[in-house]
Design a binder for this molecule. Structure first.
Ligand code: MLT
Length: 254
């Protein structure tokens, strides 16, 4: 992995393949390694940029709280360092919230957008309260509480559960708490959908136990240019549960 200091924070990223740039943004509380199985399927089509969001993986974990806009600014700073002005961006779940914040802040830099297992809605008041309780729990007991609660909801596949549990357990409490707060405070992005002037791809597992597929169908209905890929027998981790179908869907962004 390479490290670049962006906005005063060391951001780690991997870069693979050749073609038009495509940034793949991981979800919560994971890192860029979730893309491992789609990378070889996409590296002949795209110049893949695979960051670890601040607080995750090999990126630094600052103590102060951050917002989705800060995470989007980290992506913009990384792209500046790489000399990339415009790009396609794909976000998985929380990574989708970051991609949407990027699309809001830097609309001219987006060539195409992909949302995998994500949504445009903000948290409900109850959802926000749940995030704050989880953050307090993580501060007291560590990230194991999140690994325990989330793993069964990410995928029904035992092999994938083993991988994601270990991945969650590697993350730092500071990074996890900061992302929980950023998700709790994120804005509703429904207003962006009617002004997106670029292609959008939606990839969603029909068996997603964390974000129901109806949320993606509602996004599709509100968009001008979109393709929706509903994946059968797939949960919240399409890039791991069905890498082939996920890669084929993302090739629409080439
Ligand atoms: C994710 O998978 O990134 C998160 O579960 C999304 C969320 O909690 O809203």
């Amino acid at each position: 992995m390479k490290i670049i200091n962006v906005n005063g924070i060391d951001i780690a990223y991997d870069r693979q393949g050749q073609g038009k740039p495509l940034v793949l943004i991981h979800g919560f509380p994971l890192d860029h390694t979730i893309w491992a199985e789609v990378v070889p399927l996409l590296s002949g089509t795209f110049d893949l940029i695979l960051p670890d969001l601040r607080g995750f993986g090999a990126s630094a974990s600052p103590d102060q709280a951050c917002t989705m806009a800060d995470l989007a600014a980290d992506i913009a700073g990384l792209l500046d360092s790489l000399g990339i002005q415009q790009t396609a961006l794909v976000g998985h779940s929380m990574g989708g919230y970051v991609a949407l914040a990027f699309a809001r802040a830097y609309p001219m830099r987006v060539r195409a957008l992909g949302l995998i297992s994500s949504q445009v809605l903000a948290d409900t008041p109850e959802g926000r309260e749940g995030r704050n309780k989880t953050a307090a729990n993580v501060a007291e007991k560590g990230v194991g509480v999140v690994a325990e609660a989330m793993t069964p909801k990410l995928s029904a596949d035992a092999r994938i559960q083993t991988i994601v549990r270990a991945l969650i357990e590697k993350q730092t409490p500071a990074g996890v708490i900061s992302a929980l707060k950023a998700m709790a405070e994120r804005a509703d992005c429904t207003d962006l959908l009617s002004v997106m002037q670029y292609p959008v791809v939606l990839v969603h597992g029909e068996a997603d136990a964390l974000i129901p597929i109806d949320r993606a169908r509602a996004v599709e209905a509100a968009l001008l240019q979109s393709r929706m890929f509903a994946l059968k027998n797939v949960g919240h981790m399409p890039m791991m549960e069905s890498p082939q179908e996920t890669a084929e869907a993302l090739k629409v962004l080439a």
